[in-house]
Design a protein around this ligand. Structure first.
Ligand code: LFR
Length: 477
């Protein structure tokens, strides 16, 4: 039978890509059509995404994907996933009526503190949504938008999270998708609809949202690019982390812990029920959702954002794969640092200089600042490994489960030092896959919706059959 071609638009906070997937004989082949850097920009004291620039790159990528098709072949569908929480406020015609802010914008700090300081409100919000109080939550962002620009209540009629907004730009259809909705702290943790009480708590207009659709919903066809006329637009798991988790070739008994490692380290697992209660709240478990409506309890460890930040202070930072390999080797040879970073320190969220923030953090703990780039790399990888292991223990304590392996995907899964540090700290094998997890999960959802693959279980089984993997065994203690 002929291959099925789908395009995955996968937008990350530091880079984006458009990937063409071909499904044939139970095998998925990826071709990268387009890759581009992404960054937010500051205007005054606020941070914004260049949303027009991103849409331009998406269109360029889709045109390149079409050009890659073999003669006579057609693109069946396209799906979009992005980082979590950010949104576009639009009117009925789809016009942007508020600039698109970036989640690292410090505008949420006052709201973060206020909710953090009011235990009763925090408990109520957590019990209703299963999402802890984190600086980037859409709840805090939207509350700030409404409070600082009250006229927005009259001007905006819809809130589209970024995958929803790109789906709208492609198809003309406005819909909220469930996984991205679950990152907002506004979704009801016990249903698949919005939490009215939480929207009211933050003074966010409930009419801005519609009941989220599940992943796999066909939204229509591409209307905005003539070259893609007739191509289906499918709502995939719009949250990149949900997409990456779908691509995990996991054991069916639920004994695998998932780690999607990139700018953020996202540690979690799949579950039929949410993880709630006092310990879940204090250890900040986020009960995000899987495309089909189930749960993906997750802990967000700061991730390689630390390293990306530190790099900016070093002129001798690696510029190609060879230099990267040399840096990792140099870091590996160093003795293990005596003091690790507490990766939960809020001062790492968006500091002017990450190097200075790390040095100050160490000074408070009476430890010396690292002396060169390899020393920072070693410190960061060991600290993240420790953070991953702590997340694992917390989940085991709260659920009574035992995780036998950690499955790792994403950019960080190529970092030997980080994989080994995680295996050592967690004391279980880490299996790293060379897999574009987010794009693969995005494509899987399209293939299932199109009927080319029966279900996710079947997809994972086929995927696992021809995947390159590396096992990191924990060092003897
Ligand atoms: C990763 C991610 C994380 C989310 C963070 C902010 O790209 O989606 O899951 O917590 O970005 O949205």
């Amino acid at each position: 039978s002929k291959p099925t071609f789908c395009a995955a638009v996968d937008l990350g906070a530091t880079s984006g890509r458009v990937i063409l997937g071909a499904w044939s004989k139970n095998k998925l082949t990826l071709t990268e059509a387009h890759r581009f850097p992404n960054t937010f920009r500051s205007l005054g004291t606020n941070d914004y995404w260049d949303i027009g620039g991103l849409w331009h790159e998406v269109q360029t990528g889709l045109r390149k994907a079409i050009a890659l098709l073999p003669k006579g072949a057609v693109l069946a569908s396209v799906g979009v996933d992005t980082w979590g929480v950010d949104y576009a406020l639009v009117n009925d015609a789809g016009r942007l009526v508020f600039p698109v802010h970036a989640y690292r914008d410090a505008r949420t700090q006052a709201g973060l503190k206020k909710l953090g300081d009011t235990r009763a409100a925090l408990e109520r919000v957590y019990a209703a949504t299963g999402i802890p109080n984190v600086f980037y939550n859409s709840s805090l962002q939207l509350a700030e938008a409404v409070a600082s620009c009250p006229a927005i209540e009259d001007q905006a009629t819809r809130c589209l999270f970024l995958p929803d907004y790109f789906n709208f730009l492609l198809s003309g259809r406005m819909a909220n998708e469930l996984t991205i909705a679950s990152t907002t702290q506004l979704l009801d943790v016990h249903s698949t609809d919005w939490s009215r009480a939480t929207l009211d708590h933050f003074h966010i207009p409930a009419q801005w949202f519609s009941k989220p659709v599940l992943a796999g919903t066909k939204l229509g066809t591409v209307t905005s690019l003539p070259e893609l006329k007739g191509v289906k637009v499918i709502a995939v798991p719009g949250h990149d982390t949900a997409a990456a988790y779908d691509a995990m070739p996991a054991a069916e008994d639920g004994s695998d812990l998932f780690l999607s490692s990139g700018t953020w380290s996202l540690v979690g697992f799949e579950s039929d029920s949410p993880v709630l209660g006092t310990e879940a709240l204090t250890t900040r478990v986020a009960n995000e959702r899987i495309g089909d409506g189930r749960y993906r309890p997750l802990k967000n460890v700061i991730g390689l954002w630390l390293l990306e930040g530190v790099m900016k202070s070093f002129a001798d930072r690696p510029k190609n794969d060879k230099e990267w390999a040399a840096l990792i080797t140099a870091a590996e040879k160093l003795p293990a640092p005596k003091t690790l970073l507490d990766t939960g320190d809020p001062s790492f969220a968006n500091p002017p200089s990450m190097k200075a923030a790390i040095d100050a953090h160490l000074k408070k703990r009476r430890a010396p600042a690292p002396k060169n780039l390899p020393t920072y790399v070693r410190l960061i990888c060991d600290s993240l490994g420790q953070g991953h292991a702590e997340a694992k223990s917390a989940f085991e304590r709260m659920t009574g489960r035992t995780f036998k392996r950690i499955l790792m995907v994403g950019g960080g899964s190529k970092n030997r030092l980080l994989c080994q540090a995680t295996a050592n700290a967690a004391n279980v094998p880490v299996i790293s896959f060379s897999l574009e997890g987010t794009a693969v999960g995005n494509l899987a959802s399209q293939l299932i919706s199109l009927g080319a693959v029966k279900d996710l279980k079947t997809f994972r089984r086929h995927l696992a059959a021809d995947l390159k993997q590396t096992t990191y065994t924990p060092a003897k203690r």
